[in-house]
Design a protein. Structure first.
Length: 79
């Protein structure tokens, strides 16, 4: 999960997904990156279970359960 969060584009993508579901094309336009680049970033985000995708149009959304789990872990480690 930390690898997924260790990139500005991926962190900014998660920030955009807080607002609403987005297609890959919308994210490509937001960051002015190529299709292969966004695919690479979403593969990493998907492997970390930080995003959900719907295969009809490939719409991405934020998976807050994964973030909640890492926050719980971090809080426990800080005690």
């Amino acid at each position: 999960m930390f690898k997924a969060l260790n990139d500005l584009i991926r962190r900014n993508t998660l920030d955009l997904l807080k607002e609403r579901y987005l297609t890959a094309v919308e994210i490509i336009r937001a960051f002015k990156i190529t299709k292969p680049s966004i695919s690479y970033h979403f593969d990493i985000l998907s492997q970390a279970d930080l995003v959900n995708s719907q295969k009809q149009f490939v719409i991405y959304s934020l998976n807050t359960r994964a973030l909640d789990a890492i926050l719980t872990l971090m809080k426990a480690l800080m005690r």
